[in-house]
Each structure stands twice: as C-alpha cells, then as structure tokens.
Write a protein that binds this ligand. Sequence first.
Ligand SMILES: *Cc1c(COP(=O)(O)O)cnc(C)c1O
Length: 396
Amino acid sequence: MDFIDLKAQQSRIKSSVENRISQVLEHGQYIMGPEVKELEGQLAAFTGAKHCMGCASGTNALELVLSAWGVGVGDAVFTTPLSFIATAEVIAKAGATPIFVDIDPHTWNINGTQLEDAILAVQNNDATKHPLPSICKTTQLTPRCIITVDLFGNPADYENILRIAQKYNLTVLEDGAQSLGGSYKQDKLCNCGCHASTTSFFPSKPLGCYGDGGAVFTNDADLAHVVDSLRYHGRVDAQNKNKNIRIGYNGRLDTMQAAILLAKMEIFEEEISLRQKVGACYTNFLLENAAGYILPQQIASEDQSIWAQYTVLLPENILRGEVIQKLKAGKIPTAIHYPLGMHAQPCFAYLGYEAEDFPMVQKVSKRALSLPMHPYLRPETQEYILHTLLNICQGC
Ligand SMILES: *Cc1c(COP(=O)(O)O)cnc(C)c1O
C-alpha cells in the first residue's frame, strides 16, 4: 500500500506526459518556454485569478511575494505554528519576525480571535496579552502581513481573517501549497479574496510535478508585474533582459515541469472529485464508528478541502508510536504532520518561544496521524485501514 500512489496516476497520463515532454525537446525552450504560459493561463482560468505566475517552488512563491511587498527587518508577520517549515522560514529569511498564533481546536487553522490579540500585543509590546518573541522586549515591530495556511487543504477562516487584516491595514498572503483544488464558500482556493496566494507543485501535493515547482496568484496587476520581474533576477521585462532594476531570484518554473503539469491538468478536475469521495469515506466512517474518539479535521459545511492529507487526532491516552508500529505491521503506511510546532523548532529557538505558548498546536502535534490519501485509494483499502486503526486503538 502506498501513502500517496503516484504510479496509479502516472499510468493514466503516461502518453500525454510523453507527448508533452517530446514537444519541449523539439522546441528546446527549457526556460520560460510556451508551456509555462499555457499552464499559467489554465491555472488562472481554473482559480479565476487574474494573474498566475509559475515559479521555482512553493517556498520561492512565498518569498517572491514577501520581497515584492518589501517585507523585511522590523516587520511582524503573523502565521500559524502548525505548518510545513517553509511558511515561517521565508519570513525569517526576509529579515522579518514570525509572530505565531495558536490554531482553532477543530479546523487546526489559525485562530482568528487570537490573531487579533497577537496584533494588539505587537502594537503595544505587551506579551501579557499574547505570547511574543523575545525581540519585542527591545524592539517595536510593525505589523505588516498575515500568512494563512490552508492546512492539509482545509481553507482558513478567510472572512474573519480578511476583516481583521483590513482593520489593522495588513496584507494577507494565502499559503495554498496544500490546497489548490479546494474551495472557500463560492471561491476557489488560491483566489479567495487575499492580496496574494501561492501554491506548490512538489510531487506529493494535490497538483504535483516531477520535481520542484510553484506558482503565485493575484488579482493585483502591480504585484504581478513585480513578481514577474523578481522571478527572473529582477529584470525589467522580457524585452529588457539585461537591465535589472530589482535584486531578484532565479525563480522560474522549468518548461519541463510545466509540460508535465499540463498533462496532469487534463485529469485534475476528476482527481478533485475522487479526492472528495475518499475524504468523505474516511470522515463518515469515523463519525459513525469512532465519534468523539478518533477525531477528523473539521471542514466548514460550505467549504471543500482538497485533502492534501487525511489527518486524524488519536485518542489522548494512546501512544502514537505504538499505533504507527502496529499499522506498519499491517502494511499501512502513515506520516506525522507535524511532530513539532514551528515555534518549537530548533531553528526558531532565537525567537524565545516556549513549547507551551500554543497549547492547541502542542495537542495536535502530539496526537495527529496522517493516513494514506490519494485519488486512487479504493474503498476496500480504506475500509481495511479504518478497521485496523479502530481495532488498534481499542486494543491499546
Ligand atoms: C509544501 C509546502 C510548502 C513548500 O513548498 P515547496 O514547493 O516544497 O517549496 C510551503 N508551505 C506549505 C504549507 C507546504 O505544505
């Protein structure tokens, strides 16, 4: 059994991928070839965003936006501690300070009420209202932006977050690395009202290529223009290749990866609905057979998660390591997303947070377990996974 079955997908699209690759070999435009533009057009149409720009990775997409906004030293950027490290890494690399905010106990996304507490705490340099990094004792930081994460594909609470952002004059960057293909109310994720959104095409993401890749989405023409320049070493534009007006990045999406993604786009809509079925099958089983015991992630009824991961919270009194070993013995692979909140990662020790600063993150990171999840997971395999998990938990 595979945790993510990329081979099943590849067997469906193999001839299309091969055709696309041989077209690239024929024209030979390996950097910024026509496939990049074609893909950007398809993704803009898919999300409804006015601008889509391919780039080197999901991490690069985040740094391109922060750089375009001029986020840097002295700025406070608010985000969740429960994410892949890249979300906070880019804040620190920009020279800004990550301000972590605890998660909602049910959706596991950034908690809106505490977000506002954190903004006020930074404004007033008052760590009694909300945990702050130690730099706030000596330096007045300026609240600049919020990076939301649609954790495991589940949309953050955008209505609330955008209202808070407007109140305090902050921009919102949606880290949609895990969520392209899902939706928030009527809107597609990566175009749900934020000032900019990013995604990742890392192979295991819902829309993955065969290497590294990412994209930036926005409806802001000025931002799109700057990101387009920054991803190409800050050049003026395609006509002025050797005039550089910004310190930029080598941040382009390879033509080859765009070609592979174009083949995957042919079946993406279908894969989205297959993912919905697999996600619903897990959730329905848990609600019927393990209610209040093994907890699924809560998705608002008007939203759709793309289920980049299907993650559950194990019962409190159960040793996760033991469950993982027993599932492994039954040939069921699992993963932990994430064993540590970013505030507790050694690389962020300099911020001076305590592990206990974010109790919900601590609880979820101790109990979370991700189960096999991909569009081609068969109902009988899911049933086996769920019955085995339930038996193990009840026997522990
Ligand atoms: C995967 C991921 C990234 C980074 O994407 P890369 O393409 O690997 O650089 C950033 N944020 C989140 C939430 C992710 O899951």
